[in-house]
Each structure stands twice: as C-alpha cells, then as structure tokens.
Design a protein around this ligand. Sequence first.
Ligand code: ADP
Length: 539
Amino acid sequence: MLGLMQDWPLLIHRVIDYAATQHPHRAVISRSVEGPMRRTTYHDVRLRALKLAQRLARDGVKLGDRIGTLAWNTDRHLESWYGITGIGAIYHTLNPRLFEEQLIYIANHGGDKMIFLDLTFVALAEKLAPHLSAVERYVIFTDAAHMPKTTLKNAVAYEDYISEVDGDFQWREFDENTAAGMCYTSGTTGHPKGVVYSHRSNVLHAMSVMMPDSLCLSSRDTVMPVVPLFHANSWSLAFSAPMAGATLVMPGAKLDGESVFNIIETENVSVTAAVPTVWLGLLQYLESTGQRLTKLKRVAIGGSACPRAVTEAFEQKYGVEVIHAWGMTEMSPIGSFCTLKPEVADLKGTALYDLKQKQGFAQFTVDMKITDDDGKILPWDGKTFGRLKVRGPAVSKAYYGLDEAILDNEGYFDTGDVATIDEHGYMNITDRAKDVIKSGGEWISSIDLENVAVGHPDVAEAAVIGIAHEKWGERPLLIIVRKKDRQPTKEDILKFIEGKIAKWWMPDDIVFVDDIPHTATGKISKKNLRDKFKDFRFS
Ligand code: ADP
C-alpha cells in the first residue's frame, strides 16, 4: 500500500518560493563587484530569478543544459542559480582559482552552453574562450553602465539580459531527481571529476544543515557564506539560508581579514562559514588591531582541520561558538558537525577543546562507517582508525561521464579520509589517506602535528609532509610561515611542541618559508609542498 500524501517533488525553486512567501522582506545584502553594497530581498531575488528563467527559456535553454558560473558570492550569482534550475537547466560552478587548463577541461567536460561571470573574470574568460567551443554566450553579472569592452561571444550585461522579459513565468515541473548543479573536485591526481547534485539532494542536504545540531539556522539569523558558491554549493547556504528565512549577506570578492571583519560588524552577521585560512586571516587582523567581534554568534569551520588555536581564540577571546564541520564535494558537501550531545555537554577546558578538534557526528541523511583495507567494519572506540565511508541521499553514486564504480557492496562511498569514531559517534579525521605519514609501520597524523604547531604564538601557518627516510620509511618535516615581525627559532618551536604529541611524532626538521601554497579551495596544497621538497633530505 502506498501512502496517501501528495506528490510534491523536492525542487529547488520551492525554496525561493517559500522564502519569498514567508520572508518576502528579509534582506539579501551583497558587496558588489563594482564596489557599493547592494540590498535586495527574497521577494526580489525570486522575481529576478523568474525573469532569468524566462529569458533563458526564450533563448532555447532547456532541461539538462549546463550553464557555467564564474563568480563571487553575490545576490546576482545566487538568483542565477534559482533561475537556471527553475527551468531544469544545471548550474555548473567554475572555480576561478583553478589553473586555466583545468577550467578549460572542466567547462568542456561539463558541456557548458553559456557562462555567467563577474567583471573580475572577464580577462580570464577571454583567455579560456577560444578553447570553449560549445559556449554560445557569455552573460556578465553587471549593468550597461559597467559593461566592459570584450571579445566574449554574444556578451551581454546581466541586467540588460533579464530586463527584456517581465517575469510572468511559471517554474518548470520535473522529477526531483533531475540534475540541478555540477561541481568538479579539485582532482589532486588526474583530471577533475564532475559531481552532479540533484534537486532532491540539494533540498535534503540544505534541510540537514539547518537542523539544531547542525548550523541551527533560523529566520532570526543573519548568515554570511564566506565559503564560495563555487566551493561545493557554499556548504548549502545558498539553499539553507533562504529555506530558514535568514537574512543573507554575500561578501563578494573581498575575503581578507579586515573586509570580513567589517562586513560582519556592519551587517550584523550572526552565522558564517569558511575554511580555516579565512579565519586565520580574520583572527590575525583582530589581534593586530585590537578590534572585537560584537555581532557574530557561530562560525562553521571546515574544508580542512580547524586548528585548536583558532577554536580557542574564537570561543575564549571573542565569545563566538565554533562548529567544526567536515565534508567533501561528493557529499553536497557536509557530512558532520561537531556540536554537543548531552553525553559531552558538561565537558570543560582541555577536554572540551579535545572534543571540538573532532569533526563531529553525522547528521540525519548521512550513514558513516570506518573499515580496514579489506572492508571489515572497525569499532567506534575513538582509537581504532580506518577508511571513512559514507552513504546517503546527498552522497554521490557516480562521477559525471565516468564509468568507474565508486560504491562498495553496501552502497558506501570511500571518502579517502582516515578517521576514528568514538562511542558517542564523534568522528575524528586522522588525515587524508594520501597525506598520512607512514613511519616504521605506524601512522603519524599530519593534521595533529600542524594543529599543535600553529598554536605557537609566533606561527602564522604550519604544514607537515612526509619525507623519505632510510630507516623509518617516512618522517615528518614541519614547514612554517612565521607571523610578521616574529622570529621564532627551530628550537623554540620544537620545545613548544614537545609533550603535546607522542615523542616519535616529533618532526625531524623544521623549515621556515615565506608562504605555503594553497589549493583552489583555500587548503594547504600538500601536493605542491611535496613537489617543492622532493629533494629534501634530513641531515
Ligand atoms: P578539495 O580538496 O578539492 O577542495 P573537497 O572540498 O571535496 O575538495 O575536500 C574534501 C576533503 O577535505 C575531505 O575528504 C577531507 O580530507 C578534507 N576535509 C574537509 N573538512 C575537513 C575537516 N574539518 N577536517 C579535516 N579535513 C577536512
């Protein structure tokens, strides 16, 4: 017997319809690429998304067509997602921080028919365009007054583009499993791989991120996704913030510590999210200026392990709750949040921050297990580590255009991470499988070592890689960027680390560098570091 409930497919346009109905005047505020702040509402975002959908339909864009976006977090970028998906076309985010060859590969492999882009990226797009033969038109997120001279094919200002229609348009209806968005993983080896989100997966994932033990979003929040829309759906915030009816602040192109601080304070941001590098920048700005955060309540930190010093500074100095989160592009992207279950709610001091170093427990819709290399399930004892595997309605089952099977026989996807899970379900990433340092048959977590090192008051950033070692196979090399005008020595740092980790984890050497390379999603690029130090030998 089937249930007798209505068939109401989980389509993305329902999110903006809901926001525009229940929260029509809630503000959507953006730092525009042209400079000034732009203020709009969910009512207007929906109206303009409808206009875009109507215009796209008039141009012959149809169900399943891919449309690239090369843009910062702004209201225009946001409404383009709703407009594109509202006719069953697919937004395909292009990460401008990738190399040109990667972008060309990704846009061609994804089959992009049009590209929407910010003014900032016109020059970049002009370089890519000769290699993107399938792209028929470029729409620039600006108005006629700011429209640059460009060689881009059929280039048009977004405001002109949507002004030619009146918005009297119905969203298209289709199956909730229809593709909605595409995002390619950075692909540290081989070509980037295309992850394809569906309407259903985006809606379910956004709901799971709103929940109280996740980001706990409500209409009383002002949410700012610093994490870009091109980094795995900005961790759902493009959907979950309107779903919650929260005020939305889009920070545009300025993501340095000072700009992030200013927008948090002037726009009363209560919840924000980004990778640790952004927060290191903000905390350094606060430290050097003596400014205080007066509005922020919660900050979600993920994408790579959140250093303990960052969690402690936010919570103890500035009274901001840190929610450590973990996920990956293939998971829409979030798979766990470190919020406090009653079992751990009484923890204080060191024990509390030990827990907050963990990546947290899976939210509803994510099943998690750890296994050995043969697929045997390992216990949740907080000590045994194994390959972390996940499944759920917002987890990938295949990559776009690739035949390879990526699920085990129980339907789990191997994340490529190594982790422990404790008796309360809190998962802790030891390392990415490929970054873990294998010393004498035992494993050293590069994440743990980096975490301790970055706690030194003179250290701005730290990375650990394994260097070949005759006797042990591999030993850790610690690479450090010092804070401005600080000169800690190797001995200072070794002394600071000693006692905080097992003796045999102590780095065999430390090198100081001016900067550490980052990936296109703002993480430390271990691959580049390994290349750079490939001839390094411990003396
Ligand atoms: P990319 O590496 O291309 O940016 P993803 O954003 O999909 O792609 O990266 C996912 C990976 O990032 C995870 O598999 C994990 O290794 C790492 N990661 C994400 N969040 C955390 C976290 N909180 N702690 C440690 N590692 C994390």
